[in-house]
Design a protein around this ligand. Structure first.
Ligand code: F58
Length: 834
């Protein structure tokens, strides 16, 4: 037991005092007041919502810490295989509500706060989102951590503690402005571990020599040192005591002598400058979504984080005194995209340069340890680093990469003699000017499993970008693990009323840990009272969103209108331009109608949200167009309630928690073959919204699960995309007639200066319409007509909504984690009992 691991003299004290905390309203209030008075040093008479938030968070945090400590002790004591999830992004959102749910006692807190004059919802919304991610990839990492803890897997996340998360978006005159997101003040959820530091080296050179045993040794010398400091964040599981750890590294100047030398020599400024330069490494999250820019600082971030994490993992392994060959029996490391690929090289370096293993022996250990998850087929998002940059920053790593590549190419050559093209295609080094290191190739070669994130996507990577590797390694190295979402946050927390209704019908909340139990809901599809409750909850959620829209934009929206939502990063491949062109088409159509015809129109609110990468001009143009269309349409007296266009500023996790439960229909309309999976599609359906989408990513599996009569699919299929693109260039490009009408309106300055949108229309009319907006426009518009028609039949719509939710059991990250655990990591859960 854990207790046995505690030294004898401390055991009694541990037994007596470790169960601190509260278990009713009075005890909660006592803890709250204590924290406000002493920890925060604030008197109760000036306790505002912010102080009440901090006090509440600290009270719950105390509870978490106890379970967290127990979990860590138990995992160490039990000494079994652990999973390490390496991700440059963890888009966690808020933590308090999640802590309340997992600790229990939310009702005690609600009552206690009410006694002090606060509403719990207001207190929860005081918290600043932890927004250390761009979009889907980062949010997936957060959902996976939730499921790892809930399922009791011994697992750690490793990431970077950015001082600035994803920027805050403000819309000024229709344009996106970026505001820095400084989020670390008063963050009760992180624990600095000033005693856990790792020195990380950059630059320098490699000295090669023979040691006294005649062995060739490579020594990496004379570099710059930056210190990595650990900050730990507890990750509580639901319905379990397991509380895992997310370790985020922060950079600071190594408290080295050279600082003091400069200091003593009177060079104060330069000593401070060194410190600032070291701190820049973890200063800011790169805000690009599906685009790689090859900046040196980004490579520094990657190595800094990989090296610190591996040092930590290796140190933990070495304490067990096992043989190196047992490393992969103790450690599974999952690479979230190619960003942590240097970890592969770093482990090989540690094993051969520091621990003295032979190359082959080391390489077997490395490849058994790593798994790599791919999240994109978009060529512009595949990471490449210039060889020169790598050589300068990480000279020893570049040598190892060259050796890995050499041995790999030799083995390929043996199997495919005289196939020079194959060698050039699969090489880790792209022989361009400048030469580039292809990180995906390195990740595949250094891992035992590579997975895509939805079936279509996994098939596509095997058939396109990684085709040669399937021939080389055989199909078994490649697998699919379809993404999911955590039902705790995305159903129970975001939509407590729906969760309660489901629990009432199913006789409890077991579905939150076994989402397949939702299938029992189908039996109630025809239950009148149930249907009414279901509809009432959707209306209530829509009302909350309408209120939020009123508060933040000033626009009144009709809560009975069809709420049509597209919230996600703004990107041409996700095709928000298709959506806004569709809105303009709708606007023009209504304008052209007679009064009688207008009576038949189904009122709609088109809701957009999402950030554009600061340097992505076309995406910013789309935001501008949406806002300009909104300002024309929303004040057109002829239109009234029939159409409203809303852009929700600064879309993030906590706003998604308001938006997802309130949609009637949401849009997942990427050009087929471009969206690896998508995960918000799952969130919307799980909250009783229907979706309109293309045959792309997880939409396909959602369709398979819920039935094609319950989803609005349209557009070109992935298999036809290439051919169409080709034809755009080689035969005459014919703009869709209805889209032409839309473009004409834009060109007549109906939505402001047409020149502002010229590049957008030209990308379609003149530059080959790479994303097939024109090809899909007609079927998109027609499908929306079907949406309107179906929405008018409230009973039919309700039945689709209920049936879909009932069939969403597959899309829980609990299922996802079990698949990774079985087919990639080979790890077992470990329950924390005491
Ligand atoms: C996303 N990728 C995919 N990347 O686009 C989405 O289809 C999928 O559901 C999700 O991953 C989870 O698998 C994504 O969000 C990024 O944001 C990267 C950030 C760092 C630079 C490269 C893109």
């Amino acid at each position: 037991s854990v207790e046995a691991s505690i030294p004898e003299p401390l055991r009694e004290a541990w037994r007596k005092y470790s169960a601190a905390g509260f278990s009713n309203k009075e005890e909660f209030e006592k803890e709250l007041v204590r924290h406000i008075e002493t920890t925060l040093a604030r008197s109760l008479y000036n306790c505002d919502e912010s102080a009440a938030y901090s006090g509440t968070a600290l009270a719950f945090r105390d509870r978490l810490i106890i379970d967290w400590n127990k979990t860590q002790q138990r995992q160490t004591f039990n000494d079994q295989k652990r999973v390490y999830y390496l991700s440059l992004e963890f888009l966690m959102g808020r933590a308090l509500d999640n802590a309340m749910l997992n600790v229990g006692q939310k009702e005690a807190a609600r009552d206690g706060l009410r006694d002090l004059g606060f509403r719990i919802e207001d207190i929860i919304s005081q918290e600043h989102d932890a927004a250390l991610g761009n979009g889907g990839l980062g949010r997936l990492a957060a959902c996976l951590l939730d499921s790892l803890a809930t399922l009791n897997y011994p697992a750690w996340g490793y990431g970077l503690r950015y001082r600035y998360g994803i920027f805050k978006q403000e819309i000024v005159n229709g344009y996106q402005m970026e505001i820095p997101d400084y989020w670390l003040d008063n963050n009760p959820w992180e624990f600095p571990r000033h005693e856990i530091t790792v020195d990380i080296q950059f630059y320098g050179c490699v000295r090669k020599y023979q040691d006294e045993n005649g062995r060739i040794v490579h020594s990496w010398e004379d570099g710059e040192i930056v210190q990595a400091v650990a900050y730990d964040v507890p990750i509580p599981g639901y319905g379990t005591k397991t509380t895992n750890n997310l370790r985020l590294w922060s950079s600071k100047a190594s408290s080295g002598e050279f600082d003091f030398q400069k200091f003593n020599a009177g060079d104060y400024e330069s000593a401070v400058a060194d410190q600032q330069s070291a701190e820049t490494i973890s200063a800011v999250l790169y805000p690009n979504d599906n685009l790689e820019r090859g900046k040196e600082l980004r490579l520094k971030q990657q190595y800094f984080w990989c090296a610190a994490s591996l040092y930590d993992i290796v140190r933990r392994f070495k304490k067990t005194k096992r043989a190196w060959s047992e490393f992969p029996d103790q450690v599974a490391i999952q690479l979230n995209d190619t960003h942590p690929t240097l970890a592969i090289v770093e482990l090989q370096r540690i094993l051969i340069d520091i621990e003295g293993l032979e190359w082959d022996e080391a390489w077997v250990i490395v490849t058994k340890t790593f798994g790599y998850t791919n999240h994109t087929v978009l060529p512009e998002a595949l990471e490449k680093w210039s060889v020169l940059l790598m050589q300068n920053l990480l000279p020893r790593h570049l040598q190892i990469i060259y050796d890995v590549n050499l041995f790999f190419l030799q083995s390929v050559e043996k199997r495919f003699p005289n196939d020079r093209n194959m060698l050039a295609r699969v090489s880790v080094i792209e022989e361009t000017h400048p030469k580039m290191v292809r990180m995906a190739h390195l990740a595949i070669i250094g891992s035992h499993k590579v997975n895509g994130v939805a079936e279509l996507h996994s098939d596509l990577i095997k058939a396109t970008i990684f085709k040669d590797f399937v021939e080389i390694y055989g199909p078994d190295r490649f697998t699919n693990v379809t993404n999911g979402i955590t039902p705790r946050r995305w159903l129970h927390q975001a939509n407590p009323k729906l969760s309660a209704l489901i629990a009432e019908k199913l006789g409890g909340y077991e579905f939150l840990t076994d989402l397949t139990l939702l299938d029992k809901l189908e039996a109630f599809v025809d239950d009148k009272a149930f249907r009414e409750d279901w509809a009432r909850i959707k209306s209530a959620n829509k009302l909350l969103l309408a209120r939020y829209i009123k508060d933040t934009t000033g626009f009144d929206v009709n809560p009975n209108a069809l709420f049509d939502v597209q919230v996600k990063r703004i990107h041409e491949y996700k095709r928000q331009q298709l959506n806004i062109f569709g809105v303009i088409h709708r606007y023009l159509s209504i304008k052209a109608m007679s009064a009688d015809e207008r009576k038949k129109v189904v009122p709609r609110v088109s809701i957009f949200g999402g950030k554009a990468a600061p340097g992505y001009w076309m995406a910013k143009t789309v935001i501008h167009l949406i806002n300009n269309v909104a300002s024309v349409v929303n004040k057109d007296p002829e239109i009234g309630d029939l159409l409203k266009v809303i852009f929700i500023e600064d879309y993030n996790v906590s706003k998604a928690e308001i938006i997802c439960p309130a949609s009637d229909i949401s849009e997942h309309i990427s050009t087929a073959g471009t969206e690896a999976s998508g995960t918000s599609n799952m969130k919307f359906v799980l909250n009783g919204g229907l979706i309109i989408g293309t045959c792309d990513g997880a939409n396909i599996e959602i369709t398979r699960e819920i039935g094609e009569q319950n989803i609005f699919l349209f557009g070109t299929l992935a298999e036809d995309v290439e051919d169409l693109r080709h034809r755009h260039f080689y035969s005459d490009f014919q703009l869709d007639a209805q889209l032409e009408r839309v473009f004409n309106a834009i060109k007549e300055d109906m939505f402001g200066d047409a020149a502002d949108f010229a590049a957008l229309t030209a990308s379609i009319e003149e530059h080959g319409d790479y994303y097939l907006v024109s090809d899909d426009f007609n079927s998109y518009v027609t499908t929306h007509e079907m949406v309107d028609e179906t929405f008018q039949n409230k009973e039919k719509w309700l039945a689709k909504s209920i049936t879909s939710v009932a069939r969403m059991g597959f899309f829980s990250t609990d299922r996802v984690i079990n698949e990774y655990a079985d087919s990639i990591w080979n790890v077992e859960p470990l329950e924390v009992k005491d």
